[in-house]
Design a binder for this molecule. Structure first.
Ligand code: MG
Length: 414
């Protein structure tokens, strides 16, 4: 099935460039939100959408592969390609991108998703989010450490935990479902969902029949909210007749109905918040949530201005009694471990000057892998060699007074 589609991408009002990319043609659509220094984010998101372009003519999947497999394969190929580009060019080191892509095969839609861009389905007037954000706050929500309503308002919602370009074995979320006449799909980057709520998005999708105009209206709304990030929107209609708006009951709620989405796709239409307990929770929970928010604010302030990606940062600390290099941020945030071991150095704890042990316990941040290796190698002579003294404490040491910071920062690792 070929869609009738509209697409808009805008720099927004705060960013100097647009690191988002999109692809919208026939049976294929994708949005990608790049991150990385200078123009690296732009390179990463463009590389991702370019890689998917190979699916355009169907040749890649009319053979042995199903369309769903081909889409997932193309996303993994994009991951490989981005890592290869970053490895070959120092200015691209640490770049990454989100990707949310869909490919239609007849009346079946295949979705592939990594990061915090989103796909939505408007069916019979009800808006469903088809993707789950790979973000720190979503992770906290899943673990019951943060209430969904607090997560929505959270300014650090853009700290993402999964992206293309970071690990060789990227985990890709996939879903498959049947499209029906009147369905309208939306792909967007967090520049839209960060500032425009779902009720407003739904209203626009219901009221603006032309997909191009709908995409432009959504971008304009994000800009009216300050446009703090790049905004990219793709609207796809399953046929030319515009969205099926469903039946609206007298209270303004939409008539409840079952759809045939596969299990795991999450319904976020009106009324989904009704089952939540409110007010009955103790102040303890409120304090805990506040604690988490404080940590998140401090944490993200120490990572990067603007777009944050936890795992694009390096730090040096101890793995048991060996000085080692980690990716992520030191310590735990509300019980979440945000680091992965990259490599161990040949330096052991007993070689590290006593006064520097605590710094390493807390984690010493590094700009890149080379910097991290230098810091690790310098650890035994940190107070002697001038080249080695620039290794300062990690920015997250400011978090120390809060109770969520563990005392066993780098010792326990599973
Ligand atoms: Mg963004």
């Amino acid at each position: 099935m070929a869609f009738r589609l509209g697409a808009s991408s805008d720099r927004g009002r705060m960013r100097e460039g647009n690191e988002d990319s999109f692809l919208a043609s026939g049976s294929l659509a994708a949005v990608a939100d790049g991150m990385g220094g200078h123009s690296a984010g732009e390179v990463a998101s463009a590389a991702a959408t370019e890689e998917l372009r190979s699916l355009q003519d169907g040749a890649a999947w009319r053979g042995e592969r199903s369309a769903g497999e081909a889409l997932k394969w193309a996303v993994m190929e994009a991951n490989r390609r981005i890592r290869e580009m970053a490895a070959g060019d120092k200015s691209l080191e640490g770049m990454g991108t989100t990707i949310t892509a869909l490919l239609s095969d007849g009346d079946v839609i295949h979705l592939a998703h990594v990061g915090d861009s989103r796909a939505y389905l408007l069916r019979k007037g009800e808006l469903s989010q088809l993707t789950e954000d790979h973000t720190l706050v979503q992770e906290l929500v899943k673990q019951g450490k943060l209430r969904p309503e607090d997560a929505k308002r959270h300014p650090q919602g853009s700290i993402i935990t999964r992206a293309l370009g970071v690990d060789a074995d990227v985990q890709v979320d996939t879903a498959t479902f049947k499209i029906i006449s009147g369905d309208r799909l939306l792909l967007c980057t967090d520049g839209l969902t960060g500032v425009v709520d779902q009720a407003t998005i739904r209203n626009v999708l219901l009221r603006v029949r032309d997909p191009q105009q709908a995409s432009e209206r959504l971008v304009a709304l994000a800009n009216e909210q300050g446009g703090p990030d790049n905004i990219t929107v793709v609207v796809l209609d399953s046929d030319g007749s515009g969205p099926d708006t469903g039946v609206i009951d007298p209270t303004g709620e939409l008539a409840g109905r079952e759809d045939d989405l596969v299990a795991g796709l999450r319904r976020v239409g009106p009324g989904t918040g009704g089952g939540r307990r409110r007010g009955g929770r103790s102040q303890k929970l409120a304090k805990r949530v506040l604690g988490v928010l404080v940590v998140l604010v401090l944490l993200s302030a120490g990572i990067l201005a603007g777009r944050n990606f936890v795992y694009s940062r390096y730090w040096v600390g101890f793995d048991a009694d060996t000085v080692a290099i980690f990716r992520g941020v030191p310590g735990d945030v509300a019980g979440l471990h945000l680091s992965s071991l990259v490599e161990r150095s040949s330096v052991t704890r007993d070689k590290v000057p006593a006064g520097y042990v605590l710094s390493l316990e807390n984690g010493v941040s590094a700009g890149n892998l080379a910097d991290a290796r230098r810091i690790a190698a310098c650890a035994p002579v940190v107070y002697q060699q001038p080249d080695c003294t620039i290794a300062g404490p990690a920015p997250t040491t400011s978090v120390a007074p809060t109770t969520t910071r563990p005392t066993t920062t780098t010792k326990k690792r599973s």
